[in-house]
Design a protein around this ligand. Sequence first.
Ligand code: EPZ
Length: 416
Amino acid sequence: MQKLSIHGGVALAGEVRVAGAKNAALPILAASLLASAPLRVTNLPQLNDVRTMIRLLERMGVKAETGAHEATLDASGLTEAFAPYDLVKTMRASILALGPLTARHGEARVSLPGGCAIGERPVDLHIKGLAAMGATITIEAGYIHATAPRLKGARIFMDTVTVTGTENLMMAACLAEGETALENAAREPEVVDLARCLIAMGARIHGHGTDVISIEGVKSLGGAEHSVMPDRIEAGTFLVAAAATRGNVTLTAAPVSSLEAVIDKLREAGASIAVGDDTVRITLRQRPRAVSLRTAPHPGFPTDMQAQFIALNAVADGTAHVTETIFENRFMHVQELRRLGARIDIEGNTAIIAGVERLTGAAVMATDLRASASLVIAGLVAQGETLIDRIYHLDRGYERIESRLSALGARIARVS
Ligand code: EPZ
């Protein structure tokens, strides 16, 4: 199995272009199921999850033409509204097929996503919302079976802010009869990017980006062309890597308006950050200061950046408190960071990180996507070699990370 070998101690320097966002690309690809004409998606990141989503759609009869960073998806000849366990178990986001299939096809059979390293992650709010729109839902043999001659608009209050839940119900409501209001909706930039794509396909959506989204259903949606927004989590990961290595890096094609919470915390750590229309330049020449934070739904501090900031705090001056409020088991990287010499205690859902002068390279194991990013950052700082195992987690969400980090001066290579 492939591993990443990193020799730390190099201050990252140079320019890197931010790729398209995984968490916008996946729902946008699923939205093709709603259309009776081709949807062309550009600025697609080259990631395993994107390939899995396209395979899932093809399995349903969607015709897909793919290029390096684009795909044209034609769902006019859908053959089967079925998302099998063997695909869903590899990618929870397959659940995003449930809303569009039920709305467009009147029926869907989608495997229930299994367990996940970072938390229980139920999909009860997706199901509850579809039922509120009149779908009949049963769960049999590990599959969600939804039927509805035609969904009906409804007022849906979501007990917890859920990103893919909001996306699934927003897509379903596009073809429902009448008006739907999604209350306590997720405000994530990826939800807004999906709404923009749906509007280009002919949907009537208002309030995306706020906590109340209203959708007036239409009879059908057409084709469109949409360029996926840049990835704010990938951008944030590069910024933290630059800060932790005391470097000087410029991001291009950066989703500047989606990075406020991350940039604020990096400035608190002592970084100087210059922001342009779609560029972010970060410089930090001295030891970072410890920064405490609490994760929250957007526009709060993103949970997908929590692990990277724990790695930064591991070598910072001072003690930081990092509280995770979204997922109940998202500190798996802590045990691995301790192997590199980090001093971290866990109390409930808070990690207390006492910064150390230096980390020392060791063999470590990735446990989930963002945990693996934190190990890469720690490896870039640590003295000696860090060897990261199970990097398939990393490939799910970062495109060719080792060659882009090498271009910034990092001593990093994929080894088997
Ligand atoms: C999305 O997951 C992202 N994934 C996650 O990114 C991200 O961590 C998460 O949002 C939070 O920002 C994609 O967009 C593909 P949620 P999602 O539903 O939608 C609870 C990454 O690293 N909940 O917003 O699955 C849930 O258990 C990934 O790229 C219910 O209780 O997350 C959690 O505690 C990891 N019932 C909270 O809500 C439901 O029906 C938020 O989860 C749904 C969710």
